[in-house]
Design a protein around this ligand. Structure first.
Ligand code: UD1
Ligand code: CA
Length: 480
């Protein structure tokens, strides 16, 4: 989307006037059989509800958005509070109609209200805008967004007055379908625009005489029509965007759709993604052109990757900032870290949170870093642990080196200067400073600071006993 959220919100608040958005998100999601409330289940790496709020936020300002919460209300509120939306409590979940009854005080001051479902996350801003335009042009009291999906089972069906008429007679829920109504293919998306005055005037006429003993918002279609108000429907051209997530299978299908779209967006922007169906790329990930992503890569959270990178298979990168020209070989795990231009990572490297890998630095196989900064061109190529450490420019950390940062109670830092040579299999016991240009002999256990340019050895001297093997054999023969 090229418009910024701010531009769009301003443009629309002028055009739309006093319009509120209510997002129904109080339900438990019984069909998911999960401890987590339905609207906090994720697709594309973000909760369902966050996607709906984002779509609404491109149409009205956040303080005109009201989320109806109920089941695990505090958890839901906390998850999206940062967006600045308002909340309405529906303490008992007595149906979608009851959810809007609970929102009555919030919407009373508005001219129109757009109702969205917290579990219909793929809805596009363009479709919301089209719905709004249609609602205005039709001067309707209620406008229903509909779709014709491949399988309409489970959805409410829209009964038009005649096949070509925009006017709707009623919405019939799946369980209430009469014998002849099962072939009705046009479904109710659960997304509506209402003029607030007629909605509130007739809202209390809803009853719960139905299969679920709930107050259905869908019954407003019949009620408003009976009161002489205009009720119309507009068909979404993209059926997939109004599908709901009521079961795990539906969630997984929506997740796949969203990730396919993310991969397409990135490929259109010049990124090569081989076998995109095998990659897991979250909705907010950004990648610059000429980067190649191999099969079975996961790019999660707010990960940013520069151009001309190669990310090889089985790598998982979460919330990282990766520069350009970076090679990440197979099987790396990287989280909350930064990697600067030209660096080489892996195979099988583990960058834990707070790792900062400098320009052209190398982090090789079976190397783990945590809160560690490697300067420009620094290398730790094999079998190393660098925790709470600083490694200066051009320093070489030999195979099997370990920073001992933890004494069982506290963590301490290891500071290694520029151009240092740390011999293989050394242990560096923190707190420790190794100054620029120092050398550490292989196999050392270093417990004291090393001044610039010094050689430090922290190991016992080798003892060589000439002829020892033959002497022992002779001794053993004598004993027999
Ligand atoms: C609803 C519609 C159905 C439509 C479908 C589209 C009704 C009666 N039916 O069915 O016609 O085809 O959506 O996806 O509206 N919620 C509350 N409070 C409640 C109950 C639900 O806030 O008391 C919220 C839920 O959290 C959910 C949304 O409303 O986000 C829809 O509820 P859900 O139970 O999923 O309705 P459906 O059976 O899918
Ligand atoms: Ca639903």
């Amino acid at each position: 989307m090229s418009r910024t959220r701010e531009d769009s919100a301003v443009r629309h608040s002028e055009a739309i006037g006093r319009m509120a958005v209510v997002i129904m998100a109080a339900g438990k999601g019984t069909r998911l059989k999960s401890k987590r409330p339905k609207v906090l289940h994720e697709i594309g790496g973000r909760p369902l509800l966050s996607h709906v709020i984002a779509a609404a936020g491109r149409v009205v300002a956040p303080n005109d958005i009201y989320v109806v919460i109920g089941h695990q209300a505090e958890r839901v509120r906390e998850a999206v509070a940062a967006t600045g939306v308002g909340f309405v409590e529906q303490t008992e979940q007595r149906g979608t109609g009851h959810a809007i009854q609970c929102a009555r005080p919030a919407i009373a001051g508005y001219e129109h209200v757009l109702v969205l479902s917290g579990d219909v996350p793929l809805i596009r801003t363009e479709t919301i805008e089209d719905l709004w335009r249609f609602h205005q042009a039709e001067r309707a009291a209620m406008t229903i967004l509909t779709a014709i999906p491949e399988d309409p089972t489970g959805y409410g069906r829209v009964l038009r007055r005649s096949p070509d008429s925009p006017e709707v007679e009623a919405i019939v829920e799946q369980k209430a379908l009469a014998a002849g109504q099962h072939d009705l293919r046009e479904i109710n998306s659960g997304i509506y625009a209402f003029r607030v005055a007629p909605l509130l005037e007739h809202l209390d006429k809803l009853t719960n005489q139905n299969a679920h003993k709930e107050f259905y918002l869908t019954d407003m279609a019949g009620l408003l029509g009976a009161a002489g108000e205009r009720v119309v429907a507009t068909l979404s051209t993209v059926a997939a965007e109004v599908l709901g997530a009521n079961t795990i299978a539906e969630l997984v299908a929506l997740d796949a759709t969203m990730r396919r779209e993310t991969a397409s967006r990135l490929m259109a922007a010049g990124v090569t993604i081989y076998r995109p169906e095998t990659c897991v790329i979250d909705a907010e990930v950004e990648i610059e052109p000429d980067t190649v992503i191999e099969p079975f890569v996961q790019l999660l959270g707010r990960t940013r990757i520069g151009g001309d990178c190669l990310i090889r298979s089985y790598t998982v990168i979460e919330n990282c900032k990766v520069g350009s020209n970076v090679l990440v070989r197979q099987g790396c795990v990287m989280a909350e870290s930064t990697v600067e231009d030209g660096a080489r990572i892996g195979p099988y490297a583990h960058l834990r949170p707070g790792s900062e890998i400098g320009q052209d630095a190398h982090v090789g196989n079976f190397v783990e870093t945590k809160k560690a900064r490697l300067g420009k061109g620094a290398k730790a190529n094999h079998l190393t642990y660098l925790g709470d450490a600083e490694v200066g420019e051009g320093t070489n950390v030999g195979a099997g080196v370990i920073t001992c940062n933890y004494d069982g109670v506290n963590k301490f830092r290891t500071k290694i200067g520029k151009g240092v040579f740390v011999g293989s299999d050394s242990t560096l016991v923190a707190p420790l400073t190794v100054e620029d240009g120092a050398y550490i002999g292989a196999g050392s256990c270093i417990t004291m600071d090393v001044p610039a340019g010094a050689l430090a050895l922290g190991r016992s001297r080798q003892v060589t006993k000439e002829g020892w093997v033959a002497a022992r054999k002779a001794q053993q023969q004598e004993k027999r």
